[in-house]
Design a protein around this ligand. Structure first.
Ligand code: ZN
Length: 246
């Protein structure tokens, strides 16, 4: 790796640490859940923390993996059980630069109620598919007695198939996985997937919901695509303030 390339990797690792802290502070992850980024110098690898609570991740906790979920360095600490989610999505989707897997609480109900799909109710959630986020049913691949986790490349590949070309896939009785073309965009989407789910449930309690049209999802996504830094730096400051008070 050249010096310049290694500097890029170092700044990417720093940003990945920030992403971990933001996602905890915004209520997307708790002790569980994880965020990865495609390696900036090696597109066939990704960076992901060792198995630990995201709020506590530091630069020295970030590991490099191949798409099979194997750590590149020898004698590494324990890795996340569900690292296969990340590798298989990067393998299938060349446009994806970052992946967030979480159990964010407002999203889970949409994974277990048939006939109600998570759909975009507001402009900040316009990236969500107008047709509704797909739901991955692990029983179709692991039978009726699994622990619901994505603990193999086979299950990761099935999840990646379920995600398709979209930005988010729900996982029945478990959580969701959100992807994007940059780390900041993916963090934005993970936060607003949780907010969108909450707003949709609030709206459904009031009455019939008017969702965004397909054209509106395109328009709102285009406008917001230049604005990710605005929320990123606010959320980062909030996460650092919260960490100082803990
Ligand atoms: Zn999980």
């Amino acid at each position: 790796m050249s010096v310049a390339a290694s500097e890029i990797a170092t700044s990417t690792i720093r940003e990945l640490v920030d992403a971990n802290h933001i996602l905890f502070d915004q209520g997307v992850v708790d002790g569980f859940g994880h965020v990865s980024v495609r390696h900036p110098d090696r597109p066939d690898r990704f960076l992901l923390a060792r198995s630990m609570a995201p709020a506590l991740v530091t630069e020295k906790d970030v590991l490099e993996f191949d798409f099979d979920g194997n750590p590149v360095q020898k004698d590494t600490p324990t890795a996340y059980l569900e690292r296969f989610i990340h590798g298989e999505i990067y393998r299938k989707r060349r446009d994806v630069m970052s992946v967030v897997h979480s159990h964010s609480p407002s999203v889970v109900p949409f994974s277990v109620v048939s006939g109600v799909k998570l759909r975009p109710v507001c402009h900040m959630c316009g990236f969500l598919s107008e047709k509704g986020a797909p739901v991955f049913e692990i029983r179709d691949f692991a039978g009726p007695g699994s622990d619901l986790l994505i603990t193999s490349g086979k299950l990761g590949a099935a999840l990646a198939d379920s995600l398709g070309e979209g930005p988010a896939v729900l996982m029945r009785g478990h959580g969701s996985t959100v992807v994007g073309g940059s780390l900041r965009q993916t963090v934005f989407r993970a936060v607003y997937t949780e907010i969108g789910a909450r707003l949709q449930m609030d709206a459904m309690r009031l009455g019939p919901v008017t969702f965004l049209t397909e054209e509106e999802t395109v328009g709102t996504t285009k406008t917001i695509s230049t604005q990710y830094d605005r929320s990123w730096f606010l959320w980062l400051k909030a996460a650092r303030n919260s960490a100082m008070s803990r």
